[in-house]
Design a protein around this ligand. Sequence first.
Ligand code: M6R
Length: 603
Amino acid sequence: MCGIIGYVGNRNAPDVIIQGLRYLEYRGYDSSGIAVWSGEKFDLVKTKGRIADLEKELLKTPVSGHLAIGHTRWATHGCPADRNAHPFVSYNSRFAVVHNGIIENYLEIKDELQKKGVVFTSETDSEVIAHLLESLDHGDVKRAVLDATARLKGAYAIGIICADDPDVLYAVRKDNPLVVGVTESDGFICSDINSIQKFLTEVVVLENGQVAKVERGRVELFDFDGNDVEAKFIALGSLEESDRKDFECYMDKEIKEIPTALANAIATYRNGAFNRIDKKYLRRIRRINVVACGTALHAGLYGERMIKKYLKKIDVTSEAASEFRYGDPKVDDRTLTITVSQSGETADTLVCQNMVRNLGGKTLTICNVETSSMVRSSDYALFTSAGPEVAVASTKAYNCQCLVFLLFVLDLARLRGEIDEFAYKNLQADIDALPEIAARTLKVAPQVARFANKNYTRKSVFYIGRGLDYCTAMEGSLKLKEISYIHCEAYPAGELKHGTLALIEEGVLVIALVTQKELVTKSASGLEEVKSRGANVLAITPFYDRPAIAAVSDYRIKLPDVNEDLYPIISVIPTQLLAYYIARAKGCDIDKPRNLAKSVTVE
Ligand code: M6R
């Protein structure tokens, strides 16, 4: 959440910053701003709203210079407003600062500074950093940065420029991502490699507890005590970029990319899911904790069910990362904690990953971003190979997370002799067919769009499912709320009658996932219960013609036939499409839903 970027060099700094901010906008879009060193003072342009709004402001107030920092904000402390937009300039105008994260002790520092007469102009926690730096600067900028860092508690990535050091960018990392890079004539800092990659062939990814001093052609790293640290450059290779091309929005594009993404993931693990994982350890595992957030958690819940089915000798639990760390998790040297994450930067998940490692457990991350913090700090990593995902609502990454999780479970079961070769090979053959089946499933798009156009004014929606379908119900429901702002709940189909059925009345839409053969009859009775109370029912099912389902559903979307264990990877597609088309019919900002950000780097 929040994207920061800084530039020093021979180019016009505001141009570099704006280009970078466009990439970083997925990290928050409540406000944005830029501070440029003019040679005499910091020129500050900032505004509530999107990067496009900042660009309009810059047309009215052009700025130029060779040193600048920029920010795109996801509001935590203080509402989205011009006054709360970053950068912040210190009381004597010598420091300008951008921040991603939360300063937990900001009130204490603010109070101290206010007592000294410092006037604050925002409600943010971040503003204290600028004033603190100014108050601690006695002629040595690096020293001031280190002293300020020693006072700050919380999680932060900070970009700092100082009037007394106008050819230098300072960057500080504690728990939030930060990357730096240089050429002979440029220096960069940023939250995400993508925002600067086109200028560079290699970067340094800062570790926690590091401070960088970046100049043209030179990076110096220090720990928080000021000791030199070796800067390790990593080659950028050819990072993939995502271009929206002719699609209406990234979500549309990313849903349509599901077949290709699945094919890539299958190809990646053609020769086994864990060639690089210690086999001896894998045979010894006694417990697996699955930890993730949001959509990734739903993929984790699917993974949990697959572990229960195929790895009977392993105890498994799955939990939202924000809860896991407070739940006294069981961790020992035979416990594997699997984190699932698209970005690999989600703070809640990352904290859990680090926590279990400190407790002596090993970690495996199923992640879409190879350079991410989670991948770098995990014992093992499996990449989802979904390609860049830009829309805040996660789609193709989810399909791939489920798939890669399943591949891991099956390979582990095979390694431990818990699945016979025949069953394993059959499942692999079914998995190989997934890209084609996903492509066929996408053909329901026009039908889903028509349904959406007739139902987008609904006020209350329930997604229900039993067994594996409950995982899909949760994911479908999250997607709908997230981008269409319709109140929607996911329930195990059998659970409604224990209270929530009281909410079912005329006008409520109930969407039922029914993909598990054994559960058709039971699901049909559940649907009967909601229908007789006035709800309209949409069934997403391969059992299209079964009288039991036909009798209780007002609308049906037919799924292709596939192995039952694989349905969550396929049946989620109509739910992704439905959220998309409903949000489109409502005129919502599909790729950038209100109040959210793609990468949630605060706990
Ligand atoms: O990057 P991650 O997968 O760790 O993100 C976790 C969640 O924040 C994310 O899945 C979120 O729920 C999505 N926006 C849902 O579409």
